[in-house]
Design a protein around this ligand. Sequence first.
Ligand code: BGC
Length: 742
Amino acid sequence: MRTLIITLLFLCATSITTLGAKLPRFGVDPVEDVVAAMTLEEKVNLVVGTMRDYIYFPDPAPGMPMRTEGFVEGRPGTAFSEGRVKGAAGDSYAVPRLGIPAIVMADGPAGVRIDATRQGQEATFFCTAFPTGSALAATWDTAVVDSVGKAIGTEARHYGVDILLAPALNIMRSPLCGRNFEYYSEDPLLAGSMAAAYVRGVQSNGVGATLKHYAVNNQETMRNGVDAVVSDRALRDIYLRGFEIAVRESFPMAVMSAYNSINGTVAPENKYLLTDILRGEWDFDGFVMTDWWAEGNGAVQTAAGNDMLMPGTWRQYDEIMNAVKDGTLDVKLLDRNVANILRAFAQTPAGKGLSYDNAPDLTANARTARNAAAQGMVLLKNQNNTLPLAPGKNIALFGNSGYDTMVGGTGSGNVNRAYKVNIHEGLANADLNVDTNLKAAYLDHIRLAKADSKQDDVWSITVADEKIITTDEALRAARDNDAAVFVIGRMAGESADRTLAEGDWFLSPTERANLDVVMTAFNNASKPVIVLMNMGGVMDMDDWNHIPDAILLTWLAGQETGNAVADVLTGKTSPSGRLPMTIARRYNDYPSASNFPHSTNPGTVYYDEDIFVGYRGFDKADIQPVYPFGYGLSYTTFDYAGETITPHRDGAITYDIDITNTGTAPGAEVVQLYNLAPENPDTSRFTAPVLPAKQLVAFAKTRVLQPGETQHLTVNIPADRFSYYNQATKSRQTIPVNIFRK
Ligand code: BGC
């Protein structure tokens, strides 16, 4: 009889009443009414994700053994949810009684991460692998990033994903952070603007986007346990600034709290960050979820303003339930979180009851990926106009990653794509003749080297030992080809930082020897050597930067990497990418070097460089890098004219400029506007202890201009870009406007 009543309620929930009271309906009635109608169990179910029967053990403390992960039998009646979309990172509990559907969340920054195949189904569910975060930021083009966000959002929408777990915008504090490939920049304005563009793109599909990882998650070493000790000023001006910009400019549906602690409190328990700043100051009106299996107490997290705990554990469920029952957690706080979640869920496709067809336009999205990839590549060196290469040239392609190209990093930022275009394939597609002997030798070498390794997966991609190039091979190649293209590849991924070692930060001895052999052979034959850096971040270049004729930083540019590389090498696309991070002469020049990945105590990192992160630190110490932040060459030249700076009453500035392509190739130009610190600050009026010598306050990119063509750019710079956070007054304080264009 009871079952019958429940079934009837379920079928006609809007009109059927329980004990005379009409049940409110999610999506129809005010959220407050829905929350009021929920039982305590339903509320706790909603705030804890569904993956509760999976046992996950975070990385053990140094020296302790790894514990194995796996599934345990769940509690009766609460079977583990496989979710609606296979391979999605998590989902929420449905409450059918009130019309609350299950919401699906999937990674990630470079494309939707779901399983490509499903047991018993012939259909495939591939997603496009777009350029990773650093490559996107290097476009300095919010329109390109918006187009990528839109395309990723359409795939999410077609595959039934409601909330995308991206973008990731942590500051690149150290070049060794393992997830820098997912992140945007060492500069908060560039990072925040890119994130905002991405969010707008994703959310234009009605799919939610998630800013992550909030905040100060700048390393993977001990990522669950590390405590970042950072001043309020550095928090406000550097580490939170990008999040603030993205929240204010793009209204993301969700924010994911980080794993680490900030000044002694783990991010998901950090009320100061989650409630006081995020909601209190920035008016964030979405919901906050934890990062997966984050440390901390469910009840404390709930009280701190961490609305949802993902992917959910029974421990968290019990902690919240018991705390409400024993009065240590005010149920009003739980209700507040439930309401935050439901308000956001109501805007998602499932929340609106929309269906989906599993049929995204992967062909159109691959075009978007290729365009973004080419736009982000950074030409670092081009002596004697080595590039572009004319079609029909014979190319000696060296380096494993020319043949087994790295297109994305490992971990949650990986994408199950249908294919990847390796560099040798991209060159061939563009009518460049790749030396067939070298190609055969490399493909054989890679096949043999990988023969015994397990199949690549999300968490590990096997990288074969670099093939040794013999002098004979190099001499023969130099005789038969017009140019050498020498690829250096670096893989990186979630859960480990990169190492200050040969083969990672430095060239490996084999790579170094190969470069010398190739350089000597091609130099002697008066033929150029072009180096491609196929990696998500940067590496030591001081040792070898002087050697090649041209250097192109290709990044991990997604499944179309090979084609995009060819677009740039042949001049189909003139390079217009700019560095979103500094390439130092020595690792120790990075301001974070002495406090990364920890200070004297493992587990604590003192952010002693304070606000002087990246170029701000190089400027302060007056250290020349190999290539500075914002650097990048083009195949054409530009002229600037009619620069006008118009101040407004509220402190905002309008900047106008005419940019003309004065060269012979079509190309796009990036305008970077920095504010310079006054040389002699008037300390009575202006009490900043120290200001960075310069800081980025705005940037803009032209469209592709034909030779002779001019574009007028108008850049509006909000007043708060000319300010710093004053710790004493706990408020932003204005600094004088002194704009410098780069
Ligand atoms: C990562 C997040 C990701 C989540 C879900 C975590 O390991 O840090 O960025 O969204 O997993 O896959």
